[in-house]
Design a protein around this ligand. Structure first.
Ligand code: SF4
Length: 463
């Protein structure tokens, strides 16, 4: 996942707004943070943020930049890209993923294009997108052409000397939302960035929609379609609790997920707790639904720690995960606990650094409840840290069924014996008293959008 943001202001300078819009997207990426400003000229700054946050990297220098239009990205690749073209100079940021990146790059090489930016020796997606856009007569038709060529999803912002083009990906996988305050227009992935900067939502772009923002306001460049397939995982895990997409607030949806989980259980635990922080809202919902106390027997010690997946070495990530969560024995000993979590990817941290701490502090029972169905397929629309072989579901299936006899649709079906065996295998592996996942229809009803408007590929393998 990445986050993109931009602002156009009537004020002399928009640097403060741009900086804080970026800061409020920090949870969406761990590798690069960058901004570009358009004043007398286009300027940009990009930092590696794997060792420290966007805010600490940029807070000294951002005030030295000038301009009343700007864009930025928190991302897995270096962005913004600066482009000199026949349309004039522009900077571009993108949010998404291109599955056919290799073949598109090959095609462009054959037309004598070259690439200057690379990420891990791969062509930078932002640069690839900009080169596709340049194949047409203007930026808007170029964006349409790019949409028609890529397999995956790309939303973007383009900063020119006159303003900002904002375009949402053709299926609406990632959100792109326009806000307005007294003197500025902004475009963001996360509406979390709006309240403290006094922005109000004026428009949520539809799939494939393109608008242009300048000092005078917003103008439509290309109408959007109705074929929305927004990522359901935004509400389960990736989105920030204060954000809303299509008027559905993330925190409220997570509470509804917890209430749905509570309805699945016949027994009453002594307390509901969340794996901090990702399971907290789901646990609050469970506690409200079940009418049991929400407690925090596991506390996350955040001062001084970065995010646990920052270091590239697994043993360092594990050490950080272990040290971050502190158990409170007085709340655990002898208790029948329901522990809520957003999802399970590998399961190692849940097992070793969460459940084990509850058992070591003499919990009586630990019932694990997961806010979404089992993750069976890695994301194909955005940068994903989960490889298929790493998923605990795949490990379960590998152990339960010989190669050639693994019918994935059976593991998607919550009523099949294969699904039940897979969940039981995972429960044993985790060392949980019991394990239940959310049913897909319950997750969809908690989100509150029609099923047809959600991407559920992670769970169903179907587009
Ligand atoms: S595959 Fe999963 S994470 Fe990716 S867009 Fe679809 S629901 Fe979201």
């Amino acid at each position: 996942m990445s986050g993109i943001f931009g602002v156009v202001s009537k004020k002399k300078s928009c640097v403060d707004e741009l900086f804080y819009l970026g800061d409020y997207h920090s949870h969406l990426g761990t590798q690069f943070g960058g901004i570009a400003l358009s004043g007398k000229s286009l300027t940009r700054r990009i930092h590696n943020i794997s060792g420290s946050q966007f805010k600490s990297k940029l807070q000294q220098e951002y005030r030295l930049l000038t301009g009343n239009r700007g864009i930025g990205a928190i991302s897995y690749e270096e962005q913004p890209i600066y482009v000199k073209s026949r349309f004039g100079d522009f900077c571009i940021v993108v949010n998404g993923w291109v599955n056919n990146r290799k073949s598109l790059a090959k095609e462009l090489f054959s037309k004598n294009f070259s690439f200057s930016e690379t990420s891990n020796n791969r062509v930078n997606i932002c640069e690839l997108v900009s080169k596709l856009i340049l194949q047409r007569d203007c930026l808007v038709t170029g964006i349409e052409y790019m949409f028609s060529r890529i397999e995956g999803s790309i939303s973007l912002l383009i900063l020119t000397k006159k303003g900002i083009f904002a375009a949402r990906d053709k299926q609406g996988i990632s959100p792109l939302i326009i806000g307005q305050n007294k003197e500025s227009f902004a475009a963001v992935t996360e509406t979390t960035a709006f309240p403290n900067l006094d922005f109000k939502v004026v428009k949520e772009l539809m799939p494939g929609e393109v608008v242009f923002l300048n000092r005078e306001g917003m103008s439509l460049q290309k109408a959007g379609g109705q074929n929305l397939k927004i990522c359901a995982f935004l509400w389960i895990y990736t989105g920030f609790p204060a954000s809303s997409y299509h008027q559905r607030n993330v925190e409220k949806v997570r509470e509804s997920c917890g209430r749905c989980l509570a309805r699945q259980d016949k027994f009453k635990p002594d307390l509901a707790a969340g794996v901090p922080d990702s399971g907290t809202a789901h646990a609050i919902g469970y506690a409200l639904g079940k009418k049991v106390p929400f407690r925090r027997p596991l506390i996350k010690y955040t001062p001084g720690y970065g995010r646990s997946y920052l270091p590239s070495l697994q043993n360092i990530r594990d050490l950080i995960a272990k040290m971050k969560i502190i158990p409170i024995k007085e709340m655990i000993k002898g208790k029948k606990i329901v522990l809520c979590e957003d999802s399970i990817v590998r399961g190692t941290q849940l097992k070793n650094y969460t459940l084990l701490k509850l058992w070591n502090n003499q919990a009586k029972e630990v019932h694990v409840r997961i806010a979404c169905p089992p993750l069976l397929f890695p994301c194909i629309f955005n940068y994903s840290t989960r490889a298929k072989r790493e998923l605990i579901t795949r490990q379960a299936i590998k152990n339960l069924a010989p190669k050639g006899q693994r019918n994935m649709s059976k593991y998607v079906d919550e009523n099949s014996s294969e699904y039940k065996k897979m969940v039981a295998w995972i429960a044993t592996k985790l060392g949980a008293t019991s394990l239940k996942y959310q049913r897909i229809d319950d997750m969809v009803s908690a989100i509150g959008l029609p099923k047809s408007k959600l991407c559920l590929y992670c769970w169903t393998g179907k587009l």
